[in-house]
Design a protein around this ligand. Structure first.
Ligand code: HEM
Length: 471
């Protein structure tokens, strides 16, 4: 058994190339139908290996988890000062700095204790969001922007005890510039995959260098002052104040200003992007299904019983939670997870997977496979009510957050935030479309930009529900 897994030849790959770039989850699903649940092919010089079934996903993320726990670092990051030792998401191996940053993140953001400490922050930021929406009653709201700003403020408060956005002043240039920055970083790292795979495009390598410099400048602009101010102040020396992420990385002493900026940037994107996308899809699915929407609202109202809406009450709303799980099944924000890399050569199902292969798990395809899911492409939250399947990585037919060593450390944070943000939107407001059209007409077209998001913005008009007065 010295063979690579079966797969398309160069010409066949060329035929699929546009779809592999713009809708890779769909292209890979089609290829898996031809070549089976473990396939491989060359994209330029890069060997790609794709797992498309729960069993093959288990091989990569559990049986041989350590071997496949590497990542490829896109070219742009090689040009970004300090990235190599200041990343959780892109760390090429589960290195010492990866472990350290993940454990600092655990202390300040991801763990249940940190989430408890940060409950106060979430409450305050959601109140800011509700105040904004109340002020915008009857006007058109760009829901993704509002969700993004709220989530960005929640995470930046946990990281640096600062708001990144003035949610009331959303129209200001600062806000727009920051949005553009975050989107640019995400899009660039996606398209730059091409530069890495197709050596002929190396001629535009200089372009990636320029973009890296741009990013470096903007990261400095965003966090430079905050980091320097904190370095000179004695906050992290004061044992009585709660330490945030920034206090701890500074106190560790091992990270430069560039590295701290990169780590903050990465956590900001990790925590806001996929979560924002999920809140938008959840709203779309519920607004299109008025019966389900009523069920969610009734459940929340019965649990709250006229009291203030709270996280602990929302966590008792099982139907609403099933709706969140079903949204994460049908609209996986990271359809191919984050690509893994083989750190050494390994045998899987009697095939050889060479060192440095890029390993993709088509979690999107698996979550829509009729072999494992009844009526697989319909939105049916009920399926999660009677099932023990959870998002914690033990069920390989459902991996919205991946599993194993590189699993998303923020899955519980994400779940809590989605629950609180969308629960509040639905409990306190009614929503309609700007053109007076029926909500059922909201389109569900998707756009792939590493993440899979709604293509067109969700524009909605909020109206307060009189029966549920805010605060
Ligand atoms: C609905 C929301 C989210 C989804 C669907 C999601 C999904 C994922 C996925 C699929 C991965 C890669 C797993 C793999 O490599 O196999 C990942 C990694 C990661 N996520 Fe999330 N995520 C979400 C929210 C968050 C939040 C809220 C945070 C931070 C608070 C976060 C921080 C990270 C980090 C740091 C990594 C890198 C882990 C590593 O490479 O060791 N994510 N996420």
């Amino acid at each position: 058994a010295r063979q690579l897994p079966p797969g398309p030849n160069v010409l066949h790959v060329l035929g699929y190339l546009p779809q592999l770039i713009y809708k890779p989850h769909i292209a890979l699903q089609k290829l898996a139908k031809i070549y089976g649940p473990l396939l491989s092919f060359h994209l330029g010089i890069q060997l790609m290996v794709v797992a498309s079934s729960p069993d093959t996903a288990r091989e990569f993320c559990k049986t041989h988890d350590r071997v496949f726990s590497g990542r490829h670092l896109p070219t742009v990051y090689h040009n970004l000062p300090g990235t190599l030792d200041s990343s959780i998401v892109l760390s090429p191996e589960c290195s010492k700095s990866w472990k350290l940053l993940r454990s600092i993140g655990q202390n300040c953001v991801f763990s249940s204790k940190a989430m408890e400490t940060n409950a106060r922050i979430r409450k305050a930021k959601v109140m800011d969001m509700l105040t904004l929406l109340r002020a915008r009653e009857g006007q058109v709201v760009h829901l993704e922007d509002v969700m993004f700003a709220t989530l960005a403020n929640i995470i930046s408060s946990a990281l640096t005890s600062r708001n990144l956005f003035d949610i009331e002043g959303q129209e200001t240039n600062d806000y727009k510039a920051m949005m553009a920055l975050v989107n640019e970083v995400i899009e660039k790292t996606t398209t730059l995959g091409l530069v890495d795979f197709l050596p002929i495009l190396k001629v535009i390598d200089f372009w990636s260098k320029r973009k890296a410099m741009d990013m470096c400048r903007k990261i400095k602009l965003t966090w430079g002052d905050i980091v320097n101010e904190r370095r000179t102040s004695a906050k992290h020396d004061n044992p009585s104040s709660t330490k945030d992420f920034l206090d701890i990385v500074i106190a560790d002493g091992a990270f430069s200003e560039d590295q701290i900026g990169n780590a903050l940037m990465e956590l900001l994107i990790g925590a806001t992007d996929s979560t924002t996308i999920t809140t938008v899809w959840l709203m779309v699915e519920l607004l299109k299904n008025q019966e389900m929407l009523s069920k969610v609202r009734d459940e929340i109202a019965q649990t709250v019983e006229g009291d203030e809406l709270s996280e602990s009450l929302l966590s008792q709303c099982h139907y609403f939670q099933a709706c969140i799980k079903e949204t994460l099944r049908l609209h996986l924000p990271a359809p191919l997870l984050v690509p893994h890399r083989a750190i050494e050569t390994c045998k899987v199902n009697n095939y050889v997977i060479p060192k440095d292969s890029m390993v993709l798990v088509n979690a999107w395809g698996i979550a829509r496979d009729p072999k494992y899911w009844e009526d697989a492409t319909s939105f049916k939250p009920e399926r999660f009510l009677a099932s023990r399947i959870s998002h914690r990585g033990a069920h390989f037919e459902y991996l919205p957050f991946g599993t194993g060593l590189r699993m998303c450390p923020g899955s519980s944070v994400a779940f809590k935030n989605i629950q609180l943000l969308v629960g509040s939107l639905l409990h306190y407001f009614d929503w309609s479309l700007p053109n007076g059209k029926d909500l059922i007409t909201i389109d569900t077209n998707e756009k792939y930009v590493t993440t899979l998001k709604k293509e067109k913005p969700l524009l909605l008009i909020p109206r307060l529900r009189e029966q549920n007065l805010i605060g």
